[in-house]
Design a protein around this ligand. Structure first.
Ligand SMILES: O=P(O)(O)OC[C@H]1O[C@H](OP(=O)(O)OP(=O)(O)O)[C@H](O)[C@@H]1O
Ligand SMILES: O=c1cc[nH]c(=O)[nH]1
Ligand SMILES: [Mg+2]
Length: 209
């Protein structure tokens, strides 16, 4: 079954509080999402493999560790996932970036895919899907389906806020995909919004409401 990691680091929690605040404007919201994505990337990369090389310091030769060339791809779920990409790239600048376009039909709450473009070497890459919100889980599950259909073997899902319903949906349908979140919130409301949540992540990021 998928493991769930809640990043309870004080800096992440502090910034998340201001992301939630309805009085935080678009500019600050965007900056905070970017910063939290960087902090979460620091945690999510904890298990990256290292190898030893020789380095010559001003004092002596020594064995030291470097990343062993793991191939990573970040995949934002459009639109709101875009807000997390640069933050992750600050720590893993060599990662490739794929895109999956999905919107949630406001009536049915079912995801509708409208775009997909991934790096060519899908089977060799470790994917990190990013999206600020995991609500019913429909979008995340559809994005994972889309990656797997194209050959992806290793996938992590990273979001700011998750509802229990969304976590359960991924665990049920994609038990091999671990979930990395900054907060596990209480529930969904009647319109599928996370409570307490942060409202509509895409609209708040791009100022479309
Ligand atoms: O877990 P779910 O119930 O599927 O809901 C979560 C999805 O809803 C939001 O996207 P939205 O549909 O608002 O699209 P947008 O990013 O273009 O605003 C959010 O960014 C997720 O992708
Ligand atoms: O609370 C929610 C649920 C889905 N999408 C959002 O942007 N916010
Ligand atoms: Mg939206």
């Amino acid at each position: 079954m998928s493991k769930v990691y809640v990043f309870d680091h004080p800096l992440i929690q502090h910034k998340l509080t201001y992301i939630r605040d309805k009085d935080t404007g678009t500019k600050e919201f965007r900056e905070l999402v970017d910063e939290v994505a960087t902090l979460m990337a620091f945690e999510i990369t904890r298990d990256l493999p290292l190898e030893e090389i020789e380095v010559e310091t001003p004092v002596t030769k020594a064995k030291a560790k470097v990343l062993s060339g793991k191939k990573i791809a970040i995949v934002p779920i459009l639109r709101a996932g875009i807000g997390m990409v640069d933050g992750v790239l600050k720590l893993i600048p060599a990662a490739k970036v794929g895109h999956i376009g999905l919107y949630r039909d406001p009536e049915t709450l079912k995801p509708v895919e409208y775009y997909a473009k991934l790096p060519a070497d899908v089977e060799e890459r470790d994917f990190i899907i990013v999206d600020p919100m995991l609500a019913t889980g429909g979008s995340a599950v559809e994005a994972i389906n889309s990656l797997k259909k194209r050959g992806a073997k290793s996938i992590k899902f990273m979001c700011l806020i998750a509802a229990p319903e969304g976590v359960e949906e991924i665990q049920k349908l994609h038990p091999d995909v671990d979930i990395y979140i900054a907060s596990l919130d209480e529930k969904l409301d009647d319109h599928g919004y996370i409570v307490p949540g942060l409202g509509d992540a895409g609209d708040r990021l791009f100022g479309t409401k």
